[in-house]
Ligand binder design. Structure first.
Ligand code: KG4
Ligand code: ZN
Length: 345
């Protein structure tokens, strides 16, 4: 089965073709980051309009590049939420219309399920059950995953997500949007021991997170210090270390509490090098295995949507002609009518 995946939940227009026999045939992405940078963050209406401009040409280009003709596509998967509703509606209407004109089924994919399953595009795939640390721009969650659509959120953020804290702190440090990767780069030049930021909610039991205090701590530190490049790098270093340590402490606790031995780390912040290194060390200490998406599939992409869509299409799911997009969509509200119990290889 060959599936076209479409992702437009935020500021990336992304498409991919996944083939159940041959794997990922190709993927393309257009990032609107440059356009939104001048506003310091995503402007939803501009995002929707840009998806309208970019999506169809991207699909045409991908079909040509992968030498795929429309008749070879067996299904269309599109992100239906959560995300910016206008942006989602562009992907949903294009995806649903293509499926109708090609006379193939369409399926609505949950963006976070896409992220969680993205490591399954790699050679070394995680088998269920596993613990997932989902660290995207909008979410920081610990999820127990027992199968496709069988997710239980066991830890969540009470306020900002880790990605949001990265972006807001980056802005304070004068870095441009999206700040997370830039802050991580700046942190590499930072001094280990100059500042120590708190590790929020780690000294009490539980698996929840809170990152807004850390951002405030960063704001106060910026205000109190001289504004020179080394100080900015030192603050970036201390901030990144605090976020990483906090995530590591909670993952360790969750692995111990659940007895799960596989950890999947997904979402934009899973591209963070320090986080990847520290979680790998922790998993090794606990005798667990950690799985990441490839670097290009950590942040939003079409491949994860094509893959998750394929799993759902093959289980017989499909959307009626009328479609909906959801700005909010709890992950644990997903159907689990696939009996998929993927095994690693
Ligand atoms: O998953 P994603 O692409 O979009 C959402 O679904 O939200 O995640 C985007 C987030 C942003 O907050 C971005 O700053 C962060 O991921 N991010 C990073 C890194 N790369 C992306 N944060 C820290 N270090 C990175 N290397
Ligand atoms: Zn995402």
């Amino acid at each position: 089965m060959r599936v076209l995946g479409i992702e437009t939940s935020c500021d990336e227009s992304a498409v991919a073709i996944y083939d159940s026999e041959q794997g990922l045939l190709g993927h393309d992405l257009y990032s609107q980051a440059g356009m939104h940078a001048q506003y310091g963050g995503v402007v939803p209406e501009l995002a929707s309009r840009d998806h309208v401009r970019k999506l169809v040409p991207l699909i045409k280009q991908l079909l040509e590049r992968t030498a795929t003709c429309a008749a070879e596509i067996d299904g269309v998967a599109y992100t239906a939420g959560p995300g910016l509703v206008g942006a989602l509606l562009v992907g949903a209407s294009v995806g649903r219309s293509l499926a109708w004109s090609w006379n193939v089924p369409a399926v609505a994919v949950h963006h976070l399920e896409g992220h969680i399953l993205a490591p399954m595009l790699e050679q070394n795939r995680p088998a269920f059950p596993f613990l997932a640390l989902l660290v995207s721009g909008g979410h920081t969650q610990l999820i127990r995953a027992d199968g496709v659509g069988r997710y239980r959120i066991i830890g969540d953020t009470l306020d900002d997500s880790a990605g949001e804290a990265f972006d807001k702190t980056a802005k304070l440090l004068g870095l441009s949007y999206p700040g997370g990767p830039e802050l991580a780069r700046l942190a590499e030049q930072g001094n280990q021991s100059r500042f120590r930021f708190p590790r929020p909610m780690t000294n009490r039991p539980g698996l929840d997170f809170s990152f807004s205090g850390l951002k405030t701590f960063a704001a106060n530190t910026v205000r109190e210090q001289d504004d020179d490049p080394q100080t900015r790098a030192d603050i970036a270093h201390a901030f990144q270390q605090a976020v990483v340590e906090t995530l590591v402490i909670k993952c360790r606790r969750a692995l111990q509490q659940t007895g799960l031995t596989r950890l999947v780390v997904a979402g934009g912040v899973s591209a963070n090098r320090q986080l990847r290194i520290r979680l790998r060390e922790t998993a090794t200490q606990l005798g667990s295995e950690v799985f990441y998406p490839g670097m290009e599939f950590c942040t939003d992409n079409g491949a994860m949507i094509a893959y998750a869509g394929w799993l759902r299409l093959k289980a017989g799911e499909q959307e009626p002609l009328a479609f909906a997009a959801k700005a909010r969509w709890p992950l644990n509200a997903l159907a689990n009518n696939t009996d998929e119990q993927l095994t690693g290889c």
